[in-house]
Write a protein that binds this ligand. Structure first.
Ligand code: ZN
Length: 199
């Protein structure tokens, strides 16, 4: 017996620095991009499940003048090469290039990037997930009406646990790593009775 297949309205929004790769403050060149172990394979599992995988990343290093948009694109070419070597892919990348002082509405915890993705891909945000290591990711998840999954893979993760404890936002699940976050999302989709093909 299998349930319905995954609706195309479900996405997993994924943060980059501290979630998929080591967070050194700013990643401003391809050499500084160090992806955590088994992340490409985990991402490929999400692809096989049939959910959209959409990267959302604050890149104020652009607005601060630490790197150019061209640098960012070279970093992403490396990321996508590493992912595709294990059959993983991102369906889309949305980034905020602004300096925090600009007061834009895309920098997380603001949700303009999520809202744009929801329009671009006709998503039902109540069925979507946000995976990230920072309070700003979980706050954005909450504001957008998605399920927030915290990964404990950076020095910022513990602050998000504390912010949850004082009621700033809920967290649907806390995972040690992105790989374990994917494990949980697969289970959660199974519990909703979607037919999940496990790879
Ligand atoms: Zn912005």
């Amino acid at each position: 017996m299998t349930g319905p297949t995954i609706p195309t309205t479900i996405a997993v929004f994924v943060d980059r620095d501290g979630t998929l790769n080591e967070d050194h403050g700013y990643v401003t060149s391809p050499e500084q991009l160090v992806v955590f172990p088994a992340v490409p394979q985990a991402l490929a599992r999400l692809n096989r499940v049939g959910v959209r995988v959409i990267l959302l990343t604050n890149q104020s290093a652009i607005g601060r003048g630490f790197m150019t948009v061209g640098d960012f694109q070279r970093i992403h070419q490396k990321l996508e090469d590493l992912l595709s070597a294990k059959d993983g892919k991102l369906d889309a990348v949305y980034y905020c290039p602004h300096h925090p002082d600009e007061g834009c509405d895309c920098r997380k915890p603001n949700i303009a990037m999520i809202q744009k993705a929801a329009r671009d891909f006709s998503l039902d945000l109540s069925l979507c997930y946000v995976v990230g290591d920072k309070s700003t990711d979980l706050e954005a998840a909450h504001r957008a009406g998605t399920q927030g999954v915290l990964v404990m893979s950076s020095e910022y993760s513990a602050a998000a646990v504390r912010a949850c404890e004082i009621g700033q936002f809920p967290i649907a699940h806390v995972a040690e790593s992105f790989v374990q976050a994917v494990d949980w999302i697969e289970q959660d989709l199974l519990q909703r009775n979607y037919h999940v093909t496990r790879g």
